[in-house]
Design a protein around this ligand. Structure first.
Ligand code: AKG
Ligand code: FE2
Length: 309
């Protein structure tokens, strides 16, 4: 690969924060190993995701929730379109969000989850995976805070009860050779704070470097690929980069395999105000976004741009 960092976060964070942070500054991406999400849970979740997407189209369609922006349940092929893209992505997906107790102050921002009756163990596995992603994300954010010169716990209250969403993705295998190298997910930046991705060891994920070249991301099995989203890019005044990325149909044999991946879009809490960090403003980097914006308003702006709200 390149010099995208590949770091074990089982190590003391003060020893790894620089390497992770530098990779976020240069590439907007880092590979994170020893992240604490049990491999058994990852394997189980992947098997359940395959079971769900193998259901008949009409069965899956029953879990599409009209008017919800796809925030929960099923989104079929042909809906999501990257900002500015002409065609739809070649993917279907399922979203799991945060289940808040009834009457919670942030309940208006987070609809209850739905679960497919047809797949036994789905709710249990994906509830556990959501929690495990969240814990791994918290540790990555601790390292990020140290890198930025902030207290290690800086981000904890900013993401508490955040509107984080786990996406189970299915890109079907190609039908014929003409589509080798075609786009599964068009070039885009993620909207949220950070994204933690499982399943990227199946080829196809690429990031756009500062030099304008597509670089394949090729993590070891079971590792997390973590990238910076637009919200953290904005908070850090572009010091941590939200990098354009895409998923292409690989060329050769891999193109005829389906891709199943699972990104966890970790979000700030909806009422967190994104206001440029003083630590990220200096004469060489004047404040690009002097207008603070709530995390929820920022999300709505972006969802409209990708056809999901
Ligand atoms: O499928 C993947 O590996 C990445 C998907 C992605 O970038 C996204 O859903 O935002
Ligand atoms: Fe993405």
């Amino acid at each position: 690969m390149s010099d995208i960092a590949s770091v074990s976060i089982a190590r003391p964070l003060n020893e790894v924060a620089e390497e992770i942070g530098r990779s976020f500054e240069e590439y907007g991406f880092a590979v994170i190993r020893d992240h604490g999400i049990p491999q058994e849970l990852i394997d189980r979740a992947e098997a359940l995701s395959k079971q769900f997407f193998a259901l008949p189209a009409a069965t899956k369609q029953a879990y599409k929730i009209e008017g919800s922006g796809g925030a929960r349940g099923y989104t079929p092929f042909g809906v999501e379109r990257a900002k500015g893209a002409e065609v739809h992505d070649l993917k279907e997906f399922w979203h799991v969000g945060r289940d808040l107790p009834q009457g919670h102050a942030l309940a208006e921002f987070m609809a209850p989850n739905v679960w497919p009756d047809e797949v036994a163990g789905f709710e249990e596995a994906f509830s556990a995976l959501y929690a495990a992603f969240e814990a791994a994300g918290a540790r990555v954010l601790e390292a990020t805070a140290l890198h930025l010169g902030l207290p290690q716990g800086f981000f904890a209250p900013t993401v508490e009860d955040g509107n984080s969403v786990m996406r189970l993705l299915h890109y079907p295998p190609l039908q014929d050779k003409s589509a080798e190298g075609a786009i599964r997910a068009a070039a885009h930046g993620d909207i949220n704070t950070i994204t933690l991705l499982l399943g990227a060891e199946e080829a196809g994920l690429e990031l756009l470097t500062r030099q304008g070249e597509w670089l394949a991301i090729d993590p070891p099995a079971g590792a997390l690929v973590v990238n910076i989203g637009d919200m953290l890019d904005r908070l850090t005044n572009g010091r941590l980069r939200s990098t354009t990325h895409r998923v292409i149909n690989p060329v050769g044999e891999a193109a005829y395999r389906a891709r199943y991946s699972m990104p966890f879009f970790l979000h700030f809490r909806p009422d967190y105000t994104i206001e440029t960090l003083a630590e990220c403003i200096d004469p060489a980097r004047p404040d690009d976004h002097p207008e603070p914006i709530s995390s929820h308003d920022f999300l709505l702006q972006r969802l409209r741009e990708i056809n999901l709200a």
